[in-house]
Design a protein. Structure first.
Length: 123
């Protein structure tokens, strides 16, 4: 059980890091009118030429492989709810690396998610 929990945590941290890299990278891209073909093509070109986005893809891919390892060793009804820990990880990483605010509602909601994870895991 501890091994599965660790695998899920590693998977979710890797996936969350990838999402943070995606967000930081897209924040730095120029403004594009995605409703027009030229703007969309320009946006896609910038996306494919941004190294941090590729690092995010690698991080998410690594998270996927660790996730598959967790699924191979545990029941889906246990592993999948534990994946909700990503909400918590994302909130704190977004606060730390993107400067996003954690207000009372986010904190309470995250606490409830954590409580749900604990109940499902011990149930």
């Amino acid at each position: 059980m501890v091994k599965i929990i660790l695998l899920v945590l590693v998977s979710e941290v890797l996936t969350a890091i990838g999402q943070i890299l995606f967000k930081k990278s897209t924040n730095s891209l120029g403004a594009h009118n995605l409703n027009k073909t030229g703007g969309l093509i320009s946006f896609i070109g910038e996306v494919f030429s941004t190294p941090a986005i590729w690092l995010g893809v690698v991080s998410i891919a690594a998270g996927l492989f660790v996730w598959l390892m967790a699924l191979a060793q545990g029941d889906l009804s246990l592993v999948f709810p534990m994946g909700s820990v990503q909400y918590i990880i994302i909130m704190f990483l977004a606060h730390s690396f993107l400067g996003e605010k954690i207000d009372r509602a986010k904190f309470v909601g995250t606490f409830l998610v954590m409580l749900g994870i604990v109940l499902v895991t011990i149930g």
